[in-house]
Unconditional design. Structure first.
Length: 310
C-alpha cells in the first residue's frame, strides 16, 4: 500500500494532509476530520455556501490517492438516481431475443434478468463496492439539504451499516467502508437521526488572517497589498445585511479577477465594475455599489494604514 493511502495518525498529520492539498484549515476542522477518519464515522459539514465544505472531500481523494465518488443532491432525488436502477431497455431486449430463439425457460430468464449485468450502479452502490488494496473511495454526498426526508430515511441504512438492500438482488455490504463526507448549506434542517451517525462540524467564514492565507495559496499571483485590501473589504461586507454574503470561493474569484485586470490596489471604480465576481444577487450589488462601497473602502484603508499593512 502506498504511503499516500495511509490515513493520518494525528491532528498534526491531518493538518499536513490538508496543506498538501492546498487547503488552509484551522485546527478545529483538522481535529473533526481526524476523529471522523479514526472513528470510521461519516463527517457532516454544515455551513454557508462557498466556505470550502465540498473541497475537503476533493482534498481527501487527492492526497490519499483514493477515487472520489460524488452524489450531487437535488430536490426529488430518489434511489434510482442515487443507488441503483435496472437497465429496463436491456432487459426487454433480452426477453425478446430469448423468445425469438426459444431459449431459457421463464424461471431461468427471470433470474438472469435481475443479475448484476443488468444492474446500473449509481454513486452510493459504487462507493460500497469500490475498494482496492484497502483503499476505499471517498463518498461525497453534497448538499444533502436539497433532498427530502424520505431520502434521508434511506440513508440511515447506508450510514449505519454501510450497506444497501436491492430487493431482487440481495444486500450489498462494503468490505471496507468508504470515507463519507456529507455537506449541507442549511437551507433546511437535517434530521437528527442522520446527524447522530456522523461527526458534525460547522464550517464558518474564516477570520481575516486565515482568509489571507487562503488567498496566498489559491491566488498567489495577487500582490500582497491587494490581497490584504480584498480580505479586509470582504470581512466588512460580511457584517452587512445582504441576501447572500460572499464566501471564500467568491473572495478567491475576486482576487483572481482583479489580478487579471492588473490592479495593484482597490479603488471605487474597480470595485463597482467587478462586484459581480463577489456578489451574486443584483439587490446586493445595488446596495453596495457607489457611495457604500467607497465608504467601506475608506474604512479599510484607514484600518490597514493604522496596522501598518498598506
Amino acid at each position: 500500500m502506498s504511503s499516500a493511502s495511509v490515513l493520518p495518525q494525528s491532528v498534526e498529520d491531518t493538518l499536513t494532509l490538508l496543506s498538501q492539498g492546498r487547503y488552509v484549515a484551522d485546527r478545529s476542522l483538522a481535529t473533526a476530520l481526524f476523529l471522523s477518519l479514526k472513528l470510521h464515522r461519516p463527517l457532516f459539514l454544515e455551513g454557508e455556501a462557498g466556505t470550502g465544505k465540498t473541497e475537503i472531500a476533493k482534498v481527501l481523494s487527492q492526497t490519499l490517492g483514493r477515487p472520489l465518488i460524488r452524489l450531487q443532491c437535488y430536490e426529488g432525488l430518489d434511489i434510482a438516481s442515487a443507488v441503483y436502477e435496472w437497465n429496463y431497455a436491456r432487459q426487454m431486449m433480452e426477453i425478446r431475443l430469448t423468445e425469438a430463439t426459444g431459449g431459457a425457460d421463464r424461471l431461468a430468464l427471470e433470474s438472469d434478468l435481475f443479475s448484476e449485468r443488468f444492474l446500473i450502479k449509481r454513486p452510493i452502490l459504487q462507493a460500497l463496492e469500490t475498494s482496492t488494496a484497502g483503499r476505499a473511495p471517498v463518498l461525497l454526498i453534497d448538499e444533502l439539504d436539497r433532498t427530502d426526508e424520505p431520502f434521508e430515511a434511506f440513508l440511515l441504512e447506508v450510514l449505519s451499516d454501510f450497506q444497501v438492500t436491492v430487493p431482487e438482488f440481495g444486500t450489498v455490504k462494503a468490505e471496507e467502508p468508504p470515507l463519507v463526507v456529507l455537506t449541507s448549506n442549511r437551507t433546511r434542517e437535517i434530521h437528527d437521526a442522520i446527524k447522530r451517525r456522523c461527526f458534525y462540524y460547522w464550517v464558518d467564514y474564516p477570520d481575516a488572517s486565515r482568509e489571507l492565507e487562503i488567498l496566498k495559496v489559491k491566488a498567489p499571483e495577487a500582490p500582497e497589498a491587494l490581497s490584504r485590501q480584498i480580505v479586509a473589504f470582504v470581512q466588512k461586507i460580511r457584517t452587512l445585511d445582504l441576501f447572500k454574503l460572499p464566501g471564500v470561493a467568491e473572495t478567491i474569484d475576486w482576487a483572481q479577477a482583479l489580478t487579471q485586470l492588473d490592479r495593484l490596489a482597490l479603488d471605487p471604480d474597480t470595485i463597482n465594475d467587478t462586484l459581480g465576481a463577489l456578489l451574486k444577487y443584483q439587490d446586493d450589488i445595488a446596495k453596495l455599489r457607489g457611495s457604500e462601497a467607497a465608504r467601506i473602502l475608506d474604512e479599510v484603508k484607514i484600518e490597514l494604514a493604522e496596522a501598518g499593512a498598506l
